[in-house]
Ligand binder design. Structure first.
Ligand code: ARG
Length: 271
């Protein structure tokens, strides 16, 4: 049986004040779809509330005009053991976000390692506390060379996983860490070899299906017990509940138009 006890976490988020879909860099984004920024702000505020209601600490970074995707804080950096590996975005539209996040992390006084390789922070990096290793995605955004760079920066082993379905372009759209040892993932988002690696490392994983992934059900944040996930992902909520976790649905329909959900909006500060 899975040990589902919660530990209190510290998260960094960015209010979607300037959020809109003004360019398309993933298959979810359609510039002709109207975006309701006010609704997005309301949904995001409820996400913050859900986190603090469960005893977690939430910090925010100042959103910058002209950076509509800055709301997806997961992409801003990747932090383990109090050390921060900075982001370097693939697309020019998001590149200035790196400096905004760097400024925030440096002001916090943590050790900051500036990257030379393209990587999109926690979008493509996940930390598994039990074995103490990093799972890293590549194929669409993060350059596999960044995996080695992150391993060197953070002093943790890195397992590279290849993403093959462009709808699930970041690791955090296809895989999530539920507790110290347990993950959940959508196998078909990965290459056959990476699926083999995942089966070998995580025989007890919660397997998601295409409907779960399309509902952004894998784009979740777990504190070891409470699983914060997109309200649309009811199938995923049932799956984690069956394994002893407590699903906490949050409606982030407006943020989905940019190709993100709960996890994308949250960067975990592992201090
Ligand atoms: N529009 C953003 C992009 O395509 C969404 C980022 C979602 N973030 C995430 N961690 N998956 O870059």
């Amino acid at each position: 049986m899975t040990d589902t006890s919660a530990t209190s976490r510290t998260y960094l988020l960015c209010p979607p004040e300037h959020y809109t879909v003004s360019y398309a860099i993933n298959p979810w984004m359609d510039t002709s779809t109207p975006v309701d920024t006010t609704l997005a702000i309301g949904q995001w505020a409820k996400l913050c509330e859900a986190l603090t209601d469960h005893g977690h600490t939430v910090y925010t970074v100042e959103p910058e005009a002209g950076l509509p995707d800055m709301v997806y804080a997961a992409n801003g950096a990747f932090m383990v053991d109090g050390a921060v590996y900075g982001a370097r975005f693939r697309y020019p539209q998001r590149q200035p976000e790196a400096a905004a996040y760097e400024k925030w992390f440096r002001a916090g006084g943590w050790r900051f390692v500036a990257p030379t390789e393209t990587n999109e922070g926690e979008g493509d990096f996940a930390y598994v506390p039990g074995p103490g290793f990093i799972l890293a995605g590549y194929g669409f955004r993060t350059d596999p060379r960044a995996h080695a760079e992150a391993g060197e920066a953070l002093g943790r082993p890195v397992v590279s996983l290849k993403l093959v379905d462009d709808r699930f372009y970041h690791l955090d759209t296809a895989l999530a860490v539920l507790d110290d040892e347990t993950i959940t993932y959508y196998p078909q988002a990965f290459s056959a070899s990476s699926r083999k690696v995942l089966r070998q490392l995580f025989p007890g994983a919660v397997l998601a299906d295409e409907a779960d992934a399309l509902a952004f059900g894998l784009n979740l944040v777990s504190d070891g017990r409470n699983v914060f996930l997109n309200a649309e992902a009811r199938g995923m909520a049932a799956k984690v509940e069956a394994r002893g976790y407590v699903p906490v649905p949050v409606d982030l329909s407006e943020l989905k138009k940019g190709g993100g959900s709960v996890k994308c909006c949250i960067s975990e500060l592992r201090t």
